[in-house]
Design a protein around this ligand. Structure first.
Ligand code: PEP
Ligand code: MG
Length: 766
């Protein structure tokens, strides 16, 4: 548009106000999109005019003020971009086209393509269209709508429109738009609305998916500007997929492919109310999904006290350890300053289905003062804070959350997914309650029961500590004798919950120092409880101190040094299995040895277990079937998997440790710099969240192949956190694993991802 065409427009329309409005809009949009001028400068100028003239809407700005505004916009463009707004229409067009091509390579566009799997080398084209005007009076309008509700999935047009306006006014929020359905009640727009309904339905049938539409009405006449598949929430995605299949628009198989597995998280956990105004204070790792609001508490005992009194609390720790478990149970959510996606806080919170943000390095926690500093704020015990475990955001104050609504549609979709998938999906569960939850989510067994987690509850940890502090075999066996019935009871509960399904129980894994108290005060408490000198506790803590505990005295190394621990656990497992079998429960215990790196380790632990169990069968006068297998979680084990398979009835890849040891990256500390690696593109994703298929995955594929070379048909699964991550699940499908195992809340995600992997493979074969 040039000054000449502006004059022409005034003459043609006889409406100078409209012409000046077009002029200022053109300079504003051109400045923003083509010349990269900060759009707030224009908006501020409009606001100033409205204030000066005491107007409530931009539609009331008179022609002369719009003309002055256009001049002011020209000045802004000149000042900000260093060039005059070009009045030559052909130059405007040329520059606009170049801007579209340029935008294809900006960071936002690249991110958008990555997120939507759009290839970079896809050709770009620019469409040039003549304008239609929604701002030519009251029989004009513009709007944006969806063919179904993108929040709930409900059928029917959903969206908004603005009479006498242009498209960007709806998006910019300069006036409050009206619900699109009200267009039907406006005599000046109702005909166009009827037509819009028919077109919406037609477009949906054509694209066989919910559409996101933009339209303009110019003097009663409807123009469609654009249509595309609409973005939607997890709940809406499920409902729309199931409804489209019921309406025979798509097949069941297509419905299964239509839902992003990760979106199911939104259906299973509370989320931040999308209408809430939030202030993000900092961002950590999205360690366990769900949103939680509560009072800041640093001390796990206080969290327990307040939690039991019905107060919502967020447990804020530098990092967590087994001693904090009771505080985590009582809290609505957990926030840590240190620790990655497989840190204690992350793993335990995920297991409990509790929101957790870990590794939020912006937090400065001072336990002594009972304060945490973040951004420019200081929070003291009792101050409200909110965490969003799906994004890793830490939010200021109390933020409303919405509860998930799991309806019948999810069950329907899951049923369709189950009929497609080959991979079995098990759960990582450590307690009978978790096992029951896992079954409800559709788990087909337990792939990892971390027996040490059983000792984090109540006063059980004391028996464990007594065992660690024992100075003789006799004392240790005495302490173990106290633990044995507790383990047995838990195993029994788990077997009952998993009737007819396999249960993989892992022998003790973590380094022993994790069970001992760190502070002087707690050490004194423990000494008093056990009636031993506090120095004994201190000495033991010092003796167990390791520079690299994750590479230290843990896993099967414990059972090799203290065979009585392995014996006790084998007894507890088999006694529980025999008791369950007597009740008519079909048991399938699988005993799993962790952190094996040599054949000899497995051979010895296996022999010990077999001997203990045989003795028990004789004692009990009953037998149950059982197997003994190993975790493959060290590169050496993957490299000699053919030899290890001779001693193993099954393999389970512990990809948390395998990632840690393959990369030489500490799973507890890497959170400090991994985000930077991902940001700079050195790594495509955090390898503790998304399996590194190139490196760690190669070891998994090779270990599987070597193992099956020795034992064709060897049962192989994965139980690291990757077992619930969609792209990793697809990888497990491709390399022919038998099952994936993940935290109970991720079981539906894994079921869907496993089905989609089969469907995708079928499509590739075509
Ligand atoms: C693993 O290492 O992948 C695993 C499942 O064991 P943990 O996380 O308990 O070390
Ligand atoms: Mg491990």
């Amino acid at each position: 548009m040039s000054p000449q065409s502006l004059a022409g427009l005034i003459e043609e329309t006889g409406d100078p106000r409209f012409a000046y409005d077009c002029m200022r809009r053109l300079i504003q949009m051109f400045g923003k999109v083509v010349l990269d001028v900060n759009s707030e400068l224009f908006e501020d100028a409009i606001d100033r005019v409205k204030r000066r003239l005491n107007l409530s809407s931009d539609t009331e700005i008179p022609a002369d003020a719009l003309s002055a505004l256009a001049d002011e916009f020209r000045a802004i463009v000149r000042r900000e971009s260093g060039m005059d707004f070009p009045d030559d229409p052909l130059q405007q067009l040329r520059m606009a086209i170049e801007a579209v091509f340029r935008s294809w390579n900006n960071q936002r566009a690249i991110r958008y393509r990555r997120q939507n799997n759009i290839p970079d080398d896809l050709g770009t084209a620019v469409n040039i269209q003549s304008m239609v005007y929604g701002n030519l009076g009251d029989n004009c309008a513009t709007g944006v709508c969806f063919t179904r509700n993108p929040n709930t999935g409900e059928r029917g047009l959903f969206g908004e429109y603005l009479p006498n306006a242009q498209g960007e006014d709806v998006v910019a929020g300069v006036r409050t738009p009206k619900p699109v359905r009200e267009m039907g009640d406006d005599p000046a727009l109702s005909d166009a609305y009827t037509q819009l309904l028919a077109i919406a339905e037609r477009l949906e049938r054509h694209y066989r998916d919910m559409q996101d539409l933009e339209f303009t009405i110019q003097h009663h006449e409807l123009f469609m500007l654009q249509t595309r598949n609409g973005k939607r929430t997890g709940g809406a995605a499920v409902k729309i997929a199931v409804d489209l299949a019921s309406e025979s628009m798509i097949s069941h198989r297509e419905a299964v492919s239509r839902v992003e597995p990760a979106q199911l998280d939104q259906l299973l956990h509370p989320t931040i109310d999308p209408s809430a105004r939030v202030q993000v204070l900092a961002t950590g790792l999205p360690a366990s999904p769900g949103a939680a609001t509560g009072k800041v508490v640093f001390d796990p005992d206080e969290a327990q006290r307040r939690g039991q009194a019905g107060e919502p609390v967020i447990l804020v720790r530098i990092e967590t350890s087994p001693e904090d478990f009771h505080g985590m149970v009582a809290a609505q959510g957990v926030l840590t300053a240190r620790g990655g996606m497989t840190s204690h806080a992350a793993v335990v919170a995920r297991g409990m289905g509790k929101p957790c943000v870990s590794g939020c390095t912006a937090l400065q926690i001072d336990y002594g003062k009972g304060e945490v500093h973040v951004a420019e704020f200081t929070f003291r015990v009792g101050d409200f804070i909110t965490i969003d475990g799906a994004t890793g955001n830490v939010l200021l104050g109390k933020v409303p959350t919405v509860e998930p609504t799991v309806g019948g549609d999810l069950a329907t979709l899951m049923g369709w997914a189950d009929s497609e998938r080959r991979l079995k999906v098990r759960a990582n569960a450590d307690t009978p309650q978790d096992a029951i939850a896992a079954r409800e989510f559709g788990a087909q067994g337990i792939g990892l029961c971390r027996t040490e987690h059983m000792f984090f509850q109540g006063n059980r940890i004391d028996a464990m500590r007594a065992m660690i502090l024992a100075t003789s075999l006799e004392e240790r066996e005495q302490a173990l004798a106290e633990i044995e019935p507790l383990q047995r009871e838990d195993f029994l509960g788990i077997f009952r919950a998993m009737d007819g399904y396999p249960v993989t129980i892992r022998t003790l894994d973590p380094p022993l120092h994790e069970f001992l108290p760190n502070t002087e005060e707690e050490q004194a408490d423990l000494a008093a409880k056990l009636s031993i000198p506090v120095q004994t506790v201190r000495d033991k803590v010092n003796a167990l101190h390791e520079a690299n505990p994750m590479l230290g005295f843990r896993g099967c190394r414990l059972g090799i040094q203290y065979p009585e621990i392995t014996r006790m656990q084998a007894r507890a497992i088999i006694q529980a299995a025999i008791a369950a079998a007597k009740e008519g429960v079909r048991v399938e215990p699988e005993i799993m040895i962790p952190l094996v790196s040599t054949v000899e380790e497995l051979k010895r632990q296996r022999a010990l277990i077999a001997e203990t169990i045989e003795a028990m069968f004789v004692e009990a006068g009953a037998r149950v079937p059982y197997t003994v297998g190993t975790m493959i979680e060290l590169p050496r084990a993957a490299l000699i998997a053919d030899e290890i398979a001779e001693q193993a009835d099954f393999f389970s890849f512990g990809t948390n440790d395998l990632t840690q040891t393959t990369f030489g990256l500490s799973r507890d500390d890497a959170g400090r710099f991994l985000p930077l690696y991902v940001d700079r593109g050195i790594l495509p994703a955090d390898p503790f969240q998304v399996l590194d298929q190139e490196g760690v995955g190669k070891l998994v594929a090779m270990g599987t192949q070597l193992g099956r070379q020795t034992k064709p048909g060897l049962k192989v699964g994965i139980c690291g956190e990757h077992g619930g991550e969609p792209s990793s699940v697809a990888f497990c499908e491709r390399i022919g694993l038998d099952y994936v195992s993940c935290s109970p809340f991720r079981v539906p995600i894994a079921r869907l991802a496993a089905a989609q992997a089969v469907i995708a493979a079928g499509e590739n074969d075509k």
